[in-house]
Design a protein around this ligand. Structure first.
Ligand SMILES: O=P(O)(O)OC[C@H]1O[C@H](OP(=O)(O)OP(=O)(O)O)[C@H](O)[C@@H]1O
Ligand SMILES: O=c1cc[nH]c(=O)[nH]1
Ligand SMILES: [Mg+2]
Length: 209
């Protein structure tokens, strides 16, 4: 359990490219999707395997390994989490998708929930929550609480950038949840934005900046 900051050179390189002030919407989306794939790869590293026998290319039996009955729901937090969804589904194509909508009040920094749409059998599923930005941690804390209220017991978070303040808040409230993050940044500014951060990830992904 805990916080896992990815140290792989590809991750460090790609997150650096995302920090460029005048990055295009296209490039930002591409990098968000690429990093989402790498975060998913890391977050699924302990999935159990089982051996199955299939017929190989020459007609002989071959033992192969496959992931053992893992039921996954991917949970993008609207809007910005959508920017990571396709990348994660590239890696886990059979996952079901739940959606939560939260908007942060830019004055109070409180997260307001406007949508909750969960798939069934949450008690049997591992949930992978997607949000590029974990700032004060209010949106993530609320999303984890929603999942738990609906019966989910195995929860992991995938984020591109997190602030130490937000990580402390989420790990204190939900110590049972693992957080996979491409970069832990320095701090929050007076408006709740992460420094050095990426700016407004939702605006950059949706082209509304
Ligand atoms: O950790 P927090 O302080 O809660 O802030 C992080 C949240 O803020 C942003 O969403 P925003 O509310 O701006 O919505 P958007 O994705 O629709 O732009 C971001 O995508 C996170 O969801
Ligand atoms: O730095 C931040 C904080 C919240 N939301 C963002 O998009 N960026
Ligand atoms: Mg936003």
């Amino acid at each position: 359990m805990g916080v896992h900051e990815l140290t792989h050179p590809l991750v460090r390189h790609k997150i650096g490219l995302m920090r460029e002030a005048d990055i295009s919407t296209k490039k930002f989306r591409e990098l968000a999707a690429e990093l989402a794939r790498l975060l998913a790869y890391e977050a699924c590293g302990d999935f159990p395997l089982e051996v199955r026998t299939i017929t190989g290319w020459d007609g002989n039996p071959v033992e192969i390994e496959q992931i053992k009955g893992k039921k996954v729901t991917v949970v993008p937090i609207l809007r910005a989490g959508i920017g990571m969804l396709d990348g994660v589904l590239d890696m886990i194509p059979n996952a079901k998708v739940s959606v939560v909508g939260l908007a942060r009040n830019e004055e109070t920094l409180e997260a307001h929930t406007y949508l909750e749409k969960f798939v069934g059998k949450l008690d049997e599923r591992l949930a992978l929550i997607l949000d590029p930005m974990l700032a004060t941690g209010g949106s993530m804390e609320a999303t984890i609480s929603m999942l738990k209220r609906n019966g989910c017991r195995q929860i992991r978070v995938l984020a591109l950038v997190a602030a130490p303040e937000g990580l402390s808040r989420v790990t204190a409230a939900h110590p049972d949840v693992d957080i996979y993050v491409a970069a832990i940044d320095r701090c929050l500014n007076g408006h709740g934005y992460i420094l050095p951060g990426l700016g407004d990830a939702g605006d950059k992904i949706f082209g509304t900046k």
